[in-house]
Design a protein around this ligand. Structure first.
Ligand code: S3P
Length: 182
């Protein structure tokens, strides 16, 4: 797939990226409402298509299988749809093909939460995140740091420390509106 894109800027999908549990789904839903667009959560879409939860897919089919499915779905959504708000699973953006498709066909918004704030959320998200299970806090911190490199490839960054989802969604919406009126 080349990087050429014939989708007008105003119609491009808005793609939310960031680490597990930063609020991509919640914020994506709110942004979709504000901009009168449809919302697609890639993990939920995969669960629906498989009639299985993400932890069960990891357990029964393995992570490599999951990564292939998520890559194919995201590339398809990026190249064949428009005007959507799409939230990715936190690991999807580590795949180069995914990054390229999102950056060339969509508008990528990185939701950036600091480690200090993120770790407070760990107890509430660990149960359905297979990649966090059986890891020490130090190991999770390493994963958090390693992924920053990939997430640094974006169009916009919104720092979310101390902000509620509604405020973050309003910021994302304003970025998009300002860009549209340039
Ligand atoms: C993953 C993040 C999860 C989900 C899967 C793997 C990851 O999505 O795709 O558990 O590798 O970071 P969220 O970012 O929505 O938690």
């Amino acid at each position: 797939m080349g990087t050429y894109c014939n989708i007008p800027l105003r119609e491009r999908n808005i793609v939310l990226i960031g680490f597990m549990g930063v609020g991509k789904t919640t914020i994506g839903q709110l942004v979709a409402k504000k901009l009168y667009r449809d919302f697609i959560d890639v993990d939920q879409e995969i669960e629906k298509r498989h009639q299985m939860s993400i932890p069960t897919i990891f357990e029964q089919m393995g992570e490599d299988y999951f990564r292939k499915v998520e890559r194919e779905l995201i590339v398809d959504l990026c190249t064949n749809t428009r005007l959507k708000i799409i939230s990715l699973g936190g690991g999807a953006y580590l795949q180069e093909e995914v990054r390229k498709a999102c950056l060339s066909h969509g508008i990528v918004v990185f939701l950036d939460l600091s480690w200090e704030n993120w770790k407070e959320r760990l107890p509430s998200i660990v149960h359905d995140r297979p990649l966090l299970k059986n890891k020490t806090l130090e190991e999770i911190k390493q994963l958090f740091e390693q992924r920053k490199q990939a997430y640094s490839q974006h169009h916009y960054r919104v720092a979310t420390d101390g902000l509620d989802p509604e405020t973050v969604a309003t910021r994302v919406m304003k970025l998009i509106r300002e860009r549209d009126t340039e």
